[in-house]
Structure formats: structure tokens, C-alpha cells
Design a protein around this ligand. Structure first.
Ligand SMILES: [Ca+2]
Ligand SMILES: [Ca+2]
Ligand SMILES: [Ca+2]
Ligand SMILES: [Ca+2]
Length: 728
């Protein structure tokens, strides 16, 4: 929309401009009244074409700084900015203008005013013509042939304005916080600087800082081959209130570029109307103000009506990059065609330098290239590489940007240390520096450092330490070497779940060591007697006694030993067992706390008394557990079951009747008057009754129906008989 307006606009304006210039420029601002002009702009009634003169303007020639001025310094792609000093002067904005003027000495704060022509003591080549004076206009531009009070910019090309515009927008330096516009003229250059300038109307909340340099084309203040430089520091606003801006943005965009006024010779960098750093090239979308921050642009605007070589845009390209071997640097550059529709390609000429990789390379109206340089030992000293932008104009033009890279040798950092990691707290570590650099800087990662060549250091606390050695050459190139040292609390510890065991049994050990990786166990009196397992199992002890266990835990470098004396207790052997058979009743030795009978190797549930009445013929065994829980076993073969008789132990017999019995059970054959102890067990060996008998009868009425065993103890003799109890 804006571009098409700009193209139609000039047809009507050529005559109009000369007319308006003539008419307004001749009217003294004092005759019109500055307040009235200001009021009209505030009301939106000024077009910017209106221009008034100031009859009280006193021409004062610009000071020309003599050659050899020590303040002159060259700018570079890396640092285009020329610092202002006391050889500069404030722009005298009281010659011609519109709103907000004329400026009043000494600061000449104003809105849309211009200086009188500033003479150039050199030829400034502008599209084929040598220019010897320019006007400095407050609104971010200089012009040739006429002052400009216009505050709303137009897109280039335009056949209206002969203008070099680092930032054509509605600058307003009347705000209290706004800076001023300065300039300096040297023998072969002129510099113009808008320093922290505010925007219309009188706003100073956002400020822009930018610089314009023009030269004779040879001055080294800007890179060779160019005669115009735009250089930016922080840029913060784009649009004044009279250009439909709000809060410094929106409305009619600011224009950055150069315009010869013939509709064909021009350069445009972009049109800016918004916050942020968006930038898609000179045309396309409007651009963000921060895309200009710290940028530099160099142009040769001496060519007339010809294809302009691509223009580089880069902040990273310095005149000399100093790199140490191994350093990595990224360089980004854009090449503007800059003509609408032209396509530029980017490339790099490494010129024999190694370690250069093209990471990004795009082609378009704006071509982008990103290269990575890893400084290589094969390129010590000065190297020159070239970033190149080539357009597809006729004839094709190429811009080759030299980048000088000084590669410095780097040392190699390396070291050894002893004893090896891991170490235990309090260990003194001795470092042996094998670096090639002259200077060493150690960081032990515990808050202490050293510059000793071969330091020793004590690590007092457990942890992982990254000891860093920086080795440095006299040229400040460095290399870094990092060593990991683990400081650990090594401890041997273990437990045995069952440290009290029966002879002939085995036990297991559980490792509780910390930070150990290797283990050596010693088991006195056991089989095996040593083990290197982490958790040894099946450590067997045959002989009663108390035994030591020792564990030596190691992390490969350090050891810790734990000796547990008399830790394993092996119980005495349990008393031997045997089975005696009496009839169908089997007797183990009495007096042990636990018995378990087995028939044919199969556990008989409930058969846990010291005797068992065989209910079927075959092989029986009993496992007897002693007070320590140790077991012993006895076996009896070929038992004949169902022999129901009282066992008299040889010399006399007893009998019981009736059988089955309902209540009174009589025992016949008891030798009186010896007192007898009687007990009745069920078949599981559980005692049901017991009594001292003074006559040979037992009342069995309370017994449940079933088979029972009567046990009679007379002195040292014990007798057994089986009987059946029935219901009444
Ligand atoms: Ca202005
Ligand atoms: Ca900015
Ligand atoms: Ca754009
Ligand atoms: Ca071009």
C-alpha cells in the first residue's frame, strides 16, 4: 500500500514541491508565528511540506577539523561508532523548518528544523556528482540542494527527495530527556550524530541513537570502497504522533536508506514501524526497531543508475579476530541486494584457512550466511577470509568482505595425580603438571585454588571433585584440563542373619560395606574358609565352638577391615538318639523339647511326643530337636504294628479290661503297694489324663471315644497298653 502510494505520489509533487518550497521557505517564521505552526501540526493540519525561513538566522561556518586530528579514528564492521568529543559541534537548527523551531542556541532543540548548508572540504560523490555541501535536517537525515522539514517518511525510491537518511522519522529534541544532534567535519569526512533523540510531540520516553558518516571515498574512517556509513546504537522508537504513531510505534514507518530523487538511484535498508527485531529485508513486511540495534551499514553511493553491489549487514565481523587454536567463533552476515526483485547469493572464500564450516547459507533479496571458524594449528598467524555476496543484476555485482583472523598457538593442559581416585577423606593428592603452557591455574573444586606448577592438595570431605587446570601461554591462550577425584568414606561392614547355628549346618552373610567394590572374607573354622563374594552363602561349620569372621573391603585402591571376634557360635552336638520298640510302641529318648516322627520318610502330622504307637508296619524315624534347636535323628526298621499288649519289661505282665471301656478301666497285675503314676494319651501323644493310683482302676468316663494309650510308671519302669473308649 505504502509503496504504491509512493510511486504515484511523485507525478503530482514535482511542481508542487518547488512551489511549496518557494512559497513557504520565503515566509519568515516570525511573520507566521511559531506557535501557530506548532498548533497546526498538533491538529494534524501540517503535511510536512510547509517550510519557513528564519530572518534572524546567523550563518556560522562549520568548524573543519584539521588533518591529523588525533581524535579521528577508523570505524570497522565490528565497531562502526565514532565517539563524540569536544571537536564536535551542535547542529544549528535555526535556518529553515516547520514545527518546533527555530532552535535556540546553544542547544538548538527543535522539531522539524534544518541547519544552513554545511560546507564539505572534500568531494562527496553522490550518484556521479560531486557534492560540497549538505543540509542537516533534524528528522534523521541530511539532504542536498534543499532543507527538508517533512516528518513522515516515504519509501525509497522516491523522485522527491535528495536525501541520505540513517533514520528518517519525526525526531523531536525538545523533550527534557532528549539528547541533541551533533556533527563534525574533517578534511575528508563528515560525521552526523543523533544522540538519544526523542520523537514528536516532545516525547522523551524512548530515545534513538545513530550516526551517519560521509567521506571522499578514500578516508579509512569507513572501510575502503564505500563513502557512506550508517551506524546504530540502541534504537527505541519508530513513529511520531503526527505520523499516526502511538507511543512511538505504528503509523507511517521510518525509512532507512539513500535516495537520489531520480526514482532509480536509491538504497533502502528497511521500513520500521514496530517494536522487536523482526527484519525481512528492505521491502516485504515492515520491520522492528531493534533490528537496527548495534548494526552498521556501508554503502558506495557514487554509482549512478547502475546495479548496486550487495550491502553487508553484520554485527560480528570485526576487522581482526584474534583466536586461540581450538577457539570457535560464529559469524553471521546478511547481504542486501538491495534492489527490489534482485536475488543475492552468499558464499565464503576461505583463502586456504582450515576449520571453516558454512552452517547456514540462504539465497534471496537478502542472502544470509553463517560460518563457524574453529581456529586450527595449521593456520597460526594472520589469515584473511572473505564473505561474499553476489547479486543477479546486470552486470552482476559482488561485495567481498575481508575478515582478518589472527590465530595464536594454544597450550595443551594435562596433568596426572596420585594416589588414584577414589581416595578417602584426608588423603593428600599430589598433582604432576604435564601441560605445555607457561602458567598454571588450579581450581580444586572445594573453594581453593593454586598457581603452583605441581601442587599438593588435601581433600578433607567426601564428594566428587572436578579439579580444573588451566594452562596459559604468554599470549593469553589457554587450555583446560579437568580431573575427577572421588573422595569417599570406605567402610567394611556385614551381618550374619543366623550367627548361632548347629554343628554341621551352614549360614549366609550380608555385606553392609560402603563404597567398596572388592571383598575378602575369612571364616575361621568354616568350609569354605575364605570367600571373595560380595554376599557369601553356604558357609558351613561342623565343629561346636565360637569363630571369628573378618571382612576386608576394598574400592580397588583403599581397604577397610572389620573383624568380628567369636561372631559365629556353633552349638554343642545334641545328645545321641535311639528308638526302642515295645510291642507296637516306639520310644525315643525322653527329655528333649521337640520330637517329630516320620513313617517311611514322611512326616506324621501331630506325632511329636517322645513315643509313637505304630499304626502300620514299616520303617519309622524320629527327628529330635534339642534346647539349642539342633536336631538329631534315629531310625527303626520293620516295625510290626497292632501288637496290643501290656509290655511288662520282661518279668511280669499287666492286663487291662474291659476293652473297649466305657468308664472304669481295671489294671490287673499291678504289684501293690507300690504307688503308681498313670497317664493316658491319645494317639497323637497328647496327654488326656494323669493320676496317682492307689488302687488298680482308672475312670475313663471323661475321654472322648477313640483309641488311647495308657502309660504306667512304676519306679524306673514304664509300661504301655492301648485300649478303645466307647460311648455309654
Ligand atoms: Ca521532527
Ligand atoms: Ca533497541
Ligand atoms: Ca522489511
Ligand atoms: Ca544489486
Amino acid at each position: 500500500m505504502k509503496n504504491s502510494t509512493a510511486r504515484l505520489f511523485p507525478v503530482f509533487l514535482i511542481l508542487f514541491i518547488s512551489l511549496t518550497n518557494f512559497s513557504f521557505a520565503q515566509i519568515d517564521i516570525r511573520a507566521v508565528g511559531a506557535d501557530k505552526v506548532n498548533e497546526r501540526k498538533a491538529q494534524g493540519l501540517l503535511t510536512g511540506q510547509e517550510k519557513y525561513s528564519n530572518s534572524q538566522h546567523q550563518p556560522s561556518a562549520a568548524r573543519v577539523i584539521p588533518p591529523g586530528n588525533p581524535q579521528t579514528q577508523s570505524s570497522s564492521l565490528c565497531n562502526c561508532w565514532i565517539e563524540r568529543d569536544n571537536t564536535w559541534q551542535i547542529g544549528q537548527f535555526d535556518y529553515q523548518g516547520g514545527s518546533g523551531g527555530p532552535g535556540i542556541p546553544p542547544e538548538y532543540r527543535n522539531d522539524d528544523w534544518s541547519t544552513d548548508a554545511i560546507s564539505l572540504p572534500f568531494n562527496f560523490c553522490f550518484y556521479g556528482q560531486n557534492m560540497n555541501s549538505v543540509y542537516l535536517n533534524n528528522n534523521g537525515n541530511i539532504s542536498i540542494g534543499a532543507t527538508y522539514a517533512i516528518f513522515s517518511a516515504v519509501s525509497f525510491p522516491s523522485n522527491q527527495y535528495i536525501m541520505i537518511a540513517p533514520f528518517w522519522a519525526d525526531v523531536d529534541t525538545r523533550g527534557a530527556l532528549s539528547g541533541l544532534v551533533y556533527y563534525k567535519v574533517g578534511p575528508t569526512y563528515a560525521i552526523f550524530q543523533w544522540e538519544n533523540v526523542g520523537y514528536y510531540g516532545t516525547h522523551d520516553d524512548l530515545l534513538n541513537t545513530f550516526q551517519l558518516i560521509i567521506t571522499d571515498g578514500n578516508d579509512t574512517i569507513i572501510p575502503p570502497g564505500d563513502n557512506v556509513s550508517f551506524c546504530y546504537r540502541d534504537m527505541q522508537w519508530t513513529t511520531g504522533d503526527a505520523s499516526q504513531g502511538t507511543g512511538g510505534f505504528g503509523g507511517i514507518p521510518a525509512t532507512v536508506g539513500i535516495n537520489q530523487g531520480n526514482g532509480t538511484d536509491y538504497i533502502q535498508v528497511g521500513l520500521y514501524d514496530q517494536q522487536g527485531a523482526a527484519w525481512d529485508g528492505p521491502y516485504g513486511n515492515n520491520d522492528g526497531i531493534d533490528a537496527l540495534d548495534n548494526q552498521s551499514y556501508y554503502f558506495n553511493c557514487c554509482f549512478s543508475n547502475s546495479n548496486i553491489p550487495p550491502i553487508i549487514r553484520s554485527t560480528a565481523v570485526c576487522d581482526t579476530l584474534r583466536l586461540c587454536v581450538g577457539d570457535t567463533v560464529l559469524i553471521d552476515a546478511d547481504y542486501l541486494s538491495p534492489e527490489v526483485g534482485q536475488i543475492t547469493t552468499s558464499s565464503v572464500n576461505t583463502n586456504g584457512m582450515n576449520g571453516i564450516t558454512v552452517l547456514q547459507q540462504t539465497t534471496g533479496n537478502v542472502a544470509h550466511i553463517q560460518i563457524e571458524i574453529i581456529a586450527d594449528a595449521t593456520n597460526l598467524g594472520f589469515n584473511t577470509i572473505y564473505l561474499i555476496g553476489t547479486d543477479n543484476g546486470v552486470p552482476a555485482q559482488q561485495t567481498s568482505t575481508p575478515i582478518v583472523i589472527n590465530v595464536q598457538p594454544s597450550p595443551t593442559a594435562s596433568a596426572t595425580f596420585a594416589p588414584p581416585s577414589p581416595i578417602t577423606p584426608g588423603t593428600v593428592v599430589t598433582f604432576n603438571n604435564t601441560s605445555t603452557g607457561l602458567f598454571s591455574n588450579w581450581d580444586f573444586d572445594d573453594g581453593t585454588t593454586s598457581t603452583t606448577q605441581n601442587p599438593s592438595h588435601t581433600f578433607n570431605n567426601p564428594g566428587t571433585y572436578y579439579v580444573t587446570l588451566v594452562s596459559m601461554n604468554p599470549n593469553q591462550c589457554t587450555d583446560t584440563f579437568v580431573m575427577q577425584i572421588d573422595v569417599i568414606n570406605l567402610s567394611a561392614d556385614f551381618v550374619c542373619a543366623v550367627p548361632f547355628i548347629c554343628p554341621g549346618t551352614c549360614t549366609d552373610f550380608t555385606n553392609l560395606s560402603q563404597n567398596a567394590t572388592q571383598f575378602l572374607w575369612s571364616f575361621a573354622g568354616a568350609n569354605p574358609s575364605i570367600s571373595t563374594d560380595m554376599n557369601p552363602t553356604s558357609i558351613c561349620y561342623n565343629t561346636p565352638g565360637s569363630y571369628d569372621v573378618q571382612l576386608i573391603a576394598s574400592d580397588g585402591a583403599n581397604t577397610d577391615t572389620l573383624l568380628m571376634q567369636n561372631y559365629i557360635v556353633v552349638y554343642p552336638f545334641p545328645p545321641p538318639q535311639g528308638i526302642m520298640q515295645s510291642g507296637d510302641t516306639l520310644f525315643a529318648n525322653q527329655g528333649s523339647p521337640m520330637y517329630q516322627w516320620y513313617y517311611a520318610g514322611v512326616l506324621i502330622p501331630g506325632a511329636t511326643n517322645y513315643f509313637y504307637i505304630a499304626t502300620q508296619s514299616g520303617n519309622y524315624n524320629v527327628v529330635v530337636t534339642d534346647n539349642n534347636g539342633c536336631e538329631v535323628e534315629a531310625v527303626v526298621f520293620d516295625v510290626i504294628a497292632s501288637v496290643n499288649l501290656l509290655a511288662p519289661n520282661g518279668n511280669w505282665e499287666l492286663s487291662i479290661y474291659p476293652d473297649p471301656v466305657k468308664s472304669e478301666l481295671y489294671i490287673n497285675g499291678i504289684q501293690s503297694p507300690v504307688q503308681k503314676e498313670i497317664s493316658i494319651y491319645n494317639l497323637l501323644g497328647e496327654k488326656q489324663l494323669s493320676a496317682l493310683l492307689d488302687k488298680p482302676v482308672v475312670n475313663c468316663k471323661s475321654l472322648l471315644p477313640g483309641m488311647y494309650v495308657l502309660e504306667l510308671q512304676a519306679g524306673e519302669n514304664i509300661y504301655h497298653a492301648k485300649f478303645l473308649k466307647t460311648d455309654d
